[in-house]
Design a protein. Structure first.
Length: 216
């Protein structure tokens, strides 16, 4: 166990406090807000240091899967068991989608949420995104909502998809036409995005929207 910097001690203390008070660790965003760190990469730097120095363990880079090493040592020695089959799945929530990076690259992920498996289909092929803007309000998808997306590079006409157009991910209805692909908003005040058929690539389609979550 190596010595910690003051900031690393503050991070570890906040994680310990969250587990004691709530029964589960904080998200990357919550740690960032507490520490005054705007970038999730900055939070990850502190978590990596805590792991490297032997104070913390993380499973698959999930923010909700932080474990304090001192608590792990207090547990009775036994074979590690898999999470119970309780009908839920873990969904990684992306803060952004960056061109040139794998969709689920570590720097894109801001949180991991556990949801009922019955709400979505696709298992590990599901990811989450937070909606920004009003382009799909007539489809019942509002700014601030979380959408669940099944990763796929093809879609049926009229599906609601997430597409990467240029450097920006957008949520729209998908309408392939003869000479172009039309990404249609569900907002009468907005115009569709048209991509020429010759310029369209299947890699632009990131997935089909299969669920929406809204905090009331």
């Amino acid at each position: 166990m190596q010595g910690l910097t003051k900031r690393q001690e503050q991070t570890l203390d906040y994680i310990r406090l969250s587990i004691e008070q709530r029964g589960y660790p904080p998200t990357l965003r919550e740690i960032g807000e507490y520490m005054g760190i705007r970038s999730t990469n900055g939070v990850n730097d502190h978590l990596r240091a805590l792991e490297r120095k032997g104070y913390l363990r993380r499973e698959d880079m999930k923010s909700r899967a932080l474990r304090l090493v001192d608590e792990m040592r207090q547990e009775a020695p036994q074979a590690a068991s898999s999470p119970p089959e309780d009908g839920t799945i873990d969904v990684q929530v992306l803060g952004r989608v960056a061109a040139g990076l794998p969709l689920l690259a570590e720097e894109n992920i801001v949180d991991t949420v556990r949801i009922d498996r019955m709400l979505v289909r696709g298992g590990q092929e599901i990811f989450g995104l937070r909606v920004s803007g009003d382009s799909m309000i007539e489809a019942g998808i509002f700014s601030g909502d979380y959408i669940f997306v099944r990763k796929q590079s093809a879609a049926d006409r009229g599906d609601i998809v997430v597409a990467l157009i240029g450097d920006e991910a957008t949520v729209k209805y998908y309408y392939p036409e003869r000479d172009y692909v039309r990404f249609q908003p569900a907002n009468a005040q907005m115009a569709p995005i048209l991509v020429r058929a010759m310029d369209f690539k299947s890699t632009m389609l990131l997935g089909k929207v299969v669920g929406v979550y809204r905090r009331l």
